[in-house]
Design a protein around this ligand. Structure first.
Ligand code: HEM
Length: 235
């Protein structure tokens, strides 16, 4: 049975919001520390945090609450077309969770975040040159820019503060559309466990030449492949 009662409804569960702002901060921090050898450890740790966050989000896409689940994403090309067309009409389509264009943007952001951090790991361990890592990271920056612009445009068109909803989790809507039973305690524990496990495990097995330099009591001078991520010493 459907009713038309409206009010404040939960849309983004706490784990999804922790993931979102954790990803934004980790990616932003990793980007700002990318060029300097002095901040290399911070850059690498933030990259590992991104891997932990992505692993969490992939799991949460199956066991999370209603709008966090991938099954709620609207991926039919016809839905994207009609959504985008409606933006130019007097009454733009409104969606409680991710709109069709947003659903694709979210998958792109998750894929690019995974690509950036995995190629970063391979570069750091001298298994790959740093070109691919930089190309994917720059691609991610472009998609993030489009994402932020789209959030503000959509907030304006729908007279809805989407930034606040990603902070508080709440929007105005039909009561029956709100999330019930968000499993926030399980999700929060999973975010912490996955980020903690990946950063701890990765740091427990540092790249070979940084172990050698620590044993030899020398400062790391980048003994790896020329042009690799660890070789830049541009302080
Ligand atoms: C000031 C910066 C940002 C703001 C205001 C913002 C805001 C938002 C909002 C409002 C949503 C929900 C969109 C919807 O209603 O469908 C969202 C989703 C998302 N944003 Fe951002 N965002 C920001 C930065 C970022 C950055 C830097 C990243 C990636 C590095 C990012 C990745 C994502 C992802 C992956 C989602 C989907 C959340 C999920 O379903 O798990 N955002 N963002």
């Amino acid at each position: 049975m459907t009713t038309n009662l409206t009010g404040r409804i939960l849309v983004w569960d706490l784990p999804t919001r922790l993931f979102h702002w954790g990803l934004a901060l980790s990616f932003g921090g990793a980007f700002l520390t990318a060029e300097s050898e002095r901040y290399r450890d911070i850059h690498v740790t933030l990259g590992y945090a991104v891997i932990g966050l992505i692993l969490f989000r992939l799991l949460w896409g199956f066991i999370g609450s209603r709008y966090a689940r991938f099954s709620s994403f609207l991926l039919r090309p016809s839905s994207v077309k009609s959504y985008l067309a409606s933006l130019f009409s007097a009454k733009p389509e409104h969606h409680v969770g991710h709109n069709p264009a947003g659903s694709y943007a979210v998958l792109a952001l998750i894929g690019l975040a995974a690509g950036t951090s995995i190629t970063g790991y391979l570069t750091y361990n001298d298994l790959l040159g740093d070109e691919l890592h930089e190309v994917i990271a720059n691609g991610m920056l472009v998609v993030v820019g489009v994402h932020i612009a789209a959030v503000f445009v959509s907030s304006f068109l729908h007279r809805e503060n989407l930034v606040r909803s990603m902070v508080t989790g709440f929007k105005q809507g039909r009561l029956e559309d709100g999330v019930r039973g968000s499993r926030w305690a399980l999700g929060t524990a999973l975010v912490a466990a996955m980020v903690g496990a990946v950063t701890t495990l990765a740091q427990a097995s540092p790249p070979k030449d940084s172990v050698q330099s620590a044993e030899g009591g020398q400062k790391h001078q980048g003994e790896g492949r020329a042009g690799s991520h660890r070789d830049k010493d541009d302080d």
